[in-house]
Design a protein around this ligand. Structure first.
Ligand code: BES
Ligand code: ZN
Length: 399
């Protein structure tokens, strides 16, 4: 009953009078602070009710946005299911038709694309992406950062994709009830008999533990967003024309409780879209001092067969080994796809324990905070995304 004690604590905080300051130098609120009802540049009602599924509890409970923020800061894990209570209602049906995954065997096609990946691009994209005060999903700068990413994707596509391929690519915003949209980029498959889709995802939003404070979100999840963008760039530059449709997703509002990815998974579920595989990239930059550089393969809330396939890709195409690890809870957007009954995997910067717990969700989640932040490490994840796209998407080259 940990959460009941917490709720009591939160209510006490809201009731006791003392003025809470805000602005760039503001601290997280203390017990006893009276919180303003609105913050400039943010559209977040701290009193708004939400339906929240707490980790390990049967039934969802109602709590306010403020209580959600407090819960997250205290390490209480949850899914905010307000807008997607019925996600996964068709999951059972799909579980009976499980896709199988090949042994990776397209080295000749994958290798040249991997060799074209560039560290400088990772740096330049992340430098801009982390310059927004916050990418919080209910903030103006959160919206601006998402628009910037959209225009970056559009520019890269025009610059690098050969003319005929451009016709197969669609880039669109997936709108939500909050300001910041998710982004979906689709490279249409050529196959006429296989309608399945391969999805590579990351979350574009960031947050501070106290959401009104700055949140550069370099590692969480500027790194994953940037790693998959560079994979996309290299793929289209190589003229990648997959047999299956391959999509790149940048989700809004992961930090709000997997909101963007749940909305998208729900939409795919209701349209009967056949997602053969989904791969999430959340935190790809951190190599903790004194640890071996490796790739963390998350084994909870993920698909066993697709995870085995993902490990093989690491062995075949990356310069570093994999290590199995667990979040212990539904820690990122792969969990939304799993809930909908689609096979998903999650690959992360290290074991969960050796990941960057020190700086995420603070104003110090920056790429220049420590030499533990590694663009070389990020590039390993770009390689993995390239391999995932080609090995599962298929690519019959005409030459
Ligand atoms: N990137 C984190 C998950 C994470 C945290 C991975 C620490 C490895 C180490 C993600 O953005 C996040 O913050 N998830 C939330 C849960 C989500 C459902 C709101 C979390 O961990 O509290
Ligand atoms: Zn996070």
């Amino acid at each position: 009953m940990k959460f009941l004690a917490l709720l009591a604590l939160v209510s006490a905080a809201v009731a006791t009078p003392a003025l809470f300051p805000f602005g760039d130098n503001a601290q997280e609120p203390m017990m006893g602070d009276v919180l303003p009802t609105s913050y400039p540049g943010f559209d977040l009602d701290l009193n708004a009710p939400r339906l929240v599924q707490l980790e390990g509890q049967e039934e969802p409970i109602t709590m306010t946005e403020l209580e959600k923020i407090q819960a997250k800061a205290q390490g209480i894990r949850f899914f905010d299911v307000t807008d997607a209570v019925d996600l996964g209602s068709r999951a059972q049906l799909r579980a009976s038709v499980k896709p199988s995954y090949p042994t990776p065997n397209n080295t000749k096609t994958v290798k040249p694309v991997i060799d074209a990946l560039e560290i400088q691009n990772l740096h330049d994209t992340l430098d801009k992406f982390t310059s927004f005060r916050t990418r919080y999903y209910r903030s103006e700068t959160g919206k601006e950062s998402q628009r910037w990413l959209l225009s970056k994707i559009t520019d890269l596509t025009k610059k690098y994709a050969p003319e005929p391929l451009q016709k197969s690519i669609s880039i669109h915003e997936f709108g939500h009830s909050w300001q910041q949209s998710s982004i979906i980029v689709s490279i249409n498959g050529t196959s006429t008999d296989d309608d399945s889709v391969v999805v590579i995802g990351a979350h574009l939003d960031s947050t501070n533990n106290w959401p009104f404070l700055p949140a550069p979100g370099a590692d969480d999840d500027g790194s994953g967003s940037t790693s998959i963008l560079e994979a996309y760039r290299a793929l289209v530059a190589a003229g990648f024309q997959p047999e299956r449709t391959v999509e790149f997703h940048w989700y809004s509002a992961e930090e709000g409780g997997l909101l963007g990815s749940q909305a998208i998974a729900k939409s795919y579920e209701s349209r009967g879209i056949n997602v053969a595989a989904m791969s999430q990239y959340d935190m790809t930059a951190w190599v903790k001092r004194g640890t071996r550089e490796e790739v963390g393969i998350i084994t909870d809330y993920t698909d066993v067969d697709l995870t085995e396939f993902n490990k093989k890709l690491v062995e075949q195409y990356l310069s570093i080994p994999w290590v199995e690890t667990k979040c212990g809870y539904a820690c990122s957007d792969h969990a939304s796809w799993r809930k909908a009954g689609y096979p998903s995997v999650f690959t992360i910067e290290a074991t969960f324990e050796n990941s960057n717990h020190q700086f995420i969700h603070t104003q110090n989640d920056k790429y220049d905070i420590s030499d533990e932040f590694s663009f070389e490490h990020m590039l390993e994840f770009s390689k993995l995304a390239v391999a995932f796209a080609i090995e599962l998407g298929g690519w019959k080259k005409s030459t």
